[in-house]
Design a protein around this ligand. Structure first.
Ligand code: NAP
Length: 314
């Protein structure tokens, strides 16, 4: 395995957090090396249109937004490497970052590996994801379902939040949960139960999402886990809100992770880890906001912290 010379900054991941960190560190003349990961551009590349990223009055295609961020980072001297980080060692500086093929040493590391929405694992879900009517983000896509009936799958705070948000646009929101009680906080439950646009279907799982021929969702096939009864429910959109899985496995042995696998920053900082010069930004740390703009903000924070920390070392 070949080892390159020591980098100033390695950024792991190319979503909003990673590319913003790249823009900032590149403009600070640090010539960052960005290791792209398995999904270059991150979660936004799976969204058709982004209407809530400031600066784009008429919205922007998610893929186009990430492409622009990447070009912006490249313009200031960011270098990109295709690869997936499998191993890190923050035991001694410069830190080790290794893909399957190559090893690197870096004075500072910004981890921005994001999180992946947990999915149901259905073939139809995969086929209809994005423009077909299956999505994992009501904030991003809810407005496209104005005056339509939609389904939200899940029973946690996210599912409740998505359902409540969707009532602003949709004619009816059906929340489908696999058990007979919600996991969500009481206040969210109360809001859901009080809303006349939301109906909850209990003890039920989605066996299939219907819409093969049209390439657009037309309904879901459901089964009741207690009675075994199956049914179909017509809808135009399916919002999956069954949790997220942070992409932090390579860091499990080195960084502090919470029970759900999110990186835990040191107290008083959103992005600093317990290793000096090692930062984490975006959805691999943040399980509360999970927005493109908040991830970008954290990428900026990590980059400025890294820049200052490197300057202090000189
Ligand atoms: P979560 O709390 O883990 O809830 C996931 C839900 O999806 C659970 O109801 C679970 O069912 C269900 N589920 C999981 N796998 C499933 C599957 N394969 N098929 C069907 N259903 C499945 O995740 P979350 O709602 O994303 O929340 C994550 C964390 O963020 C929580 O700590 C939450 O409190 C927090 N959060 C807070 C807010 C807020 O305060 N406004 C908003 C969003 C999130 P079971 O209940 O049967 O396990």
């Amino acid at each position: 395995m070949s080892t390159s010379s020591t980098e100033n900054v390695i950024i792991i991941g190319t979503g909003c957090a990673g590319l913003t960190a790249a823009i900032y560190t590149a403009r600070a003349n640090l010539a960052p090396l960005v290791i792209e990961g398995n999904q270059p551009g991150g979660q936004l590349t799976t969204t058709s249109e982004v209407e809530n990223y400031p600066g784009f009055e008429k919205g922007i295609d998610g893929f186009a937004l990430m492409d622009q961020m990447r070009r912006q980072a490249t313009r200031f001297g960011t270098r990109f490497l295709q690869g997936y980080v499998k191993k890190v060692d923050f035991g001694e500086s410069p830190y080790l970052v290794a893909t399957g093929e190559k090893e690197f040493r870096a004075k500072a590391v910004i981890i921005s590996t994001g999180a992946s929405p947990r999915l149901l694992g259905l073939e139809s879900e995969n086929r209809l994801f994005g423009g077909g009517g299956v999505t994992t983000c009501a904030t991003c896509d809810g407005a496209f379902y104005r005056d339509m009936d939609v389904v939200v799958v899940g029973g946690g705070d996210s599912a409740c939040e998505e359902a409540l948000f969707l009532t602003r646009f949709c004619s009816k929101v059906t929340l489908i949960h696999r058990r007979d009680e919600l996991r969500a906080s009481q206040i969210m439950q109360d809001r859901v139960f009080a809303h006349d646009k939301i109906e909850v279907i209990w003890d039920t799982v989605v066996d299939d999402i219907l819409g093969a021929e049209e390439k657009a969702v037309r309904g879901v096939r459901l089964s009741n886990r207690k009675t075994g009864e199956t049914s179909e429910l017509a809808c135009k959109g399916v919002f999956i809100a069954i949790g997220h899985i942070p992409n932090t496995r390579p860091f499990a042995g080195s960084l502090d992770l919470d029970d759900d696998g999110y990186i835990v920053p040191v107290p008083g900082s959103q992005v600093r880890t317990r290793f000096p010069g090692v930062y984490a930004a975006g959805d691999c740390v943040d399980h509360v906001y999970r927005q493109a703009i908040t991830a970008a903000g954290m990428g900026c924070q990590a980059a400025i912290d890294a820049e200052r920390w490197l300057a202090e070392q000189e």
